[in-house]
Design a binder for this molecule. Structure first.
Ligand code: B4P
Length: 195
């Protein structure tokens, strides 16, 4: 199963991806996590990405694509993956399609987690208190939501045009949201039976 999980910052992509890993037995590939690991390790890529992330902007398409390509070529991604936080603009959609075509692993479904912006602000404030992420300050969150509306919202339209988009209500208990995502997958019965 090859899945893209879409949604605004703080909509629960990371949270739900981790839960799906257990249910589906495929890895979560989070471009945000890959970038944070590069920042922590102070690699040259991480040094470039750090200021951009802390300003709430998107890291350059070339950097993120190179990182993603390296990750998708690892053996555990052959059986499928949950892509969390990528693509974030239409250029990334096109790059992903080309990359997956080259790997012979076309995407099956894009799930968009739908959460109203008031709740998003509340959730990120909770995460800021719990995790201290530098890009969770109120000012950066406002900028991330602006960038999301401008650059990432059109991504859903890209997948809708390919007939691959499913919109899932992301409000509710974690287990309930997970159940809705499983129901939206192309073969929910088979997946649930094996879980
Ligand atoms: P990401 O790491 O992708 O972070 P995110 O969008 O903030 O979070 P997510 O939606 O995963 O929310 P979470 O589950 O944590 O991006 C960070 C930055 O990296 C970007 O701003 C950008 O600079 C860079 N970046 C990443 N990918 C890139 C790309 N492709 N191109 C360019 N730049 C890129 O949930 C948030 C909170 O809500 C948590 O505290 C959680 O506990 C809570 N929550 C989740 N589900 C809930 C529920 N159902 N009910 C109540 N609370 C819930």
């Amino acid at each position: 199963m090859r899945i893209v999980l879409l949604g605004a910052p703080g909509s629960g992509k990371g949270t739900q991806s981790q839960r799906l890993v257990e249910r589906l037995g495929i890895p979560q590939i989070s471009t945000g996590d890959l970038l944070r690991a590069a920042v922590k390790a102070a690699t040259s890529l991480g040094l470039k990405a750090r200021a951009v992330m802390e300003a709430g902007q998107l890291v350059s398409d070339e950097i993120v694509l190179a990182m993603l390509e390296e990750r998708l070529e690892q053996p555990d991604a052959v059986a499928g993956f949950i892509l969390d936080g990528y693509p974030r603009n239409v250029a990334q959609c096109e790059a992903l399609e080309a990359l997956l075509a080259r790997l012979g692993q076309p995407l099956e479904v894009a799930i968009k987690l739908d959460v109203p912006s008031e709740l998003i602000v509340e959730r990120i404030a909770g995460r800021a208190a719990a995790q201290g992420r530098k890009d969770d300050t109120p000012e950066t969150v406002r900028e991330r939501l602006r960038v999301y509306a401008e650059q990432t919202e059109p991504v859903a339209g890209y997948f809708a045009a390919e007939g691959k988009l499913r919109i899932v209500d992301g409000v509710g208990e974690l287990a309930e949201v997970s159940r809705r995502i499983l129901d939206a997958l192309p073969t929910p019965r088979a997946v649930r039976a094996s879980a």
